[in-house]
Design a protein around this ligand. Structure first.
Ligand SMILES: [Cu+2]
Length: 382
């Protein structure tokens, strides 16, 4: 409500200023010069403003790099991560150089050739040589970037069907994630949204032999050094599985299965030893301690200290709780991973447990009743 009131007040102030400028313009009528036409002085002022603006762009760029430059993602935790970062850095450097030069030329020429009285612009139809240069250079640069990008992409996504890979399904829904491991047979059982019922929250086809050993968990554990093939599904709307530390992202689309492949190379505990990560964690905890003081003063409980964890986030605005659609990822050594997964029950056993037929305790009673009746009959006969 307050927001709406502020909005109306701002609109009214805007209208008032607009009306005042109209009054001001009316008072100027009949003055010696027509103020609607820009004179040399106006053009000069605009020229300087243009020149000042390019200065502002440069200063703000430097300020942004100094102030927020350290917030970019640090060491990549996947095998393809360095290639990906390299591609990103090359693109950034090219964009930075081109942007710096073109913005300077654009604003400098606006300043240099600002309008002067009785000066006419030269009519210059075209210049084939110039056209060829400024079309040719971007074509070559962009083609290089695209080819390099395609090469990197194919390297990331390629895997040999014979290769020893781990198949993992990542299932998205409003608003959370679930993970399915393919079990001993390393084959994910078929699934369909129509099979969703009770504990079978992923709609796994439990009559499929391949589904018998599938395990569903609410944490994503990955073994270090193993190629993981992710199969993404969505229950409802478009989501996007985003694993920033691994430089991985793929859309989760209802009605189809999408795929991404990567090899995790740094375990969670190794990443916690990373200097840049430790700095970030210390900074977050400093902010948390300050906030906790405030909370405790208000009689609320203090915040838990933050500990670094890899995260799977949703990167498509998918609804009201999109912001909180996340899951912890744990990268560990192969034997730790095997141990963790072995302790998890299979979905089929969970299903059997949940749908166990209720026991019928009627049997002993029936026997008792029969015994009693026999007794009564015996007495009657006597
Ligand atoms: Cu989402």
């Amino acid at each position: 409500m307050t927001g709406l009131l502020i909005f109306f007040v701002l609109v009214l102030i805007g209208i008032a200023i607009w009306q005042l400028t109209k009054i001001f313009a009316l008072t100027q009528i009949g003055a010696s010069e027509n103020t609607e036409v820009a004179n040399d002085n106006d053009n000069k002022v605009n020229g300087y403003l243009m020149f000042a603006f390019v200065g502002f762009i440069y200063l703000f760029t430097i300020y942004s790099i100094v102030k927020w430059g350290h917030l970019v993602l640090g060491t990549p935790a996947s095998e393809h991560g360095p290639d990906y970062d390299n591609l990103m850095n090359i693109s950034f450097v090219i964009i930075f150089i081109v942007q710096t030069l073109t913005q300077f030329l654009l604003h400098y020429f606006a300043f240099k050739y600002s309008g002067k009285k009785d000066q006419k612009a030269m009519y210059y139809a075209d210049n084939n040589k110039l056209e060829a240069i400024w079309t040719g250079i971007p074509v070559v640069v962009l083609a290089g970037l695209i080819l390099y990008g395609l090469y990197t992409w194919n390297n990331i996504m390629y895997f040999d069907a014979e290769e020893d890979v781990l198949y993992v399904e990542v299932y998205a829904k409003q608003f959370g994630w679930e993970v399915r491991y393919s079990g001993e047979d390393n084959t994910l059982g078929k699934a369909n949204v129509r099979y969703i019922e009770g504990v079978n929250t992923l709609g796994v086809d439990l009559s499929d032999p391949a589904a018998q050993d599938d395990k569903v968990t609410n944490e994503l554990h990955l073994p270090k050094g193993k190629k993981v093939v992710f199969k993404f599904r969505s229950q409802d709307v478009l989501h996007s599985a985003y694993m920033p530390h691994f430089r991985a992202q793929m859309n989760c689309v209802p009605g189809m299965i999408t795929q991404f492949t990567f090899v995790p190379t740094v375990t969670t505990s190794e990443m916690r030893q990373n200097e840049a990560i430790q700095k970030k964690v210390a900074n977050i905890n400093k902010i948390r301690t300050e906030k906790s003081k405030e909370l405790v003063a208000n009689g609320e409980s203090a915040l838990d200290p933050y500990e670094f964890n890899y995260l799977l986030l949703c990167n498509k605005i998918c609804g009201a709780s999109h912001y909180n659609m996340q899951m912890k990822i744990v990268v560990e050594e192969q034997d730790e991973f095997t141990k963790w997964l072995a302790e998890k029950p299979t979905l089929s056993s969970q299903w059997a447990e949940a749908n166990k037929p209720a026991e019928t305790p009627a049997q002993p009673e029936v026997i008792e009743v029969v015994a009693d009746t026999t007794k009564v009959v015996a007495q009657v006969i006597e």
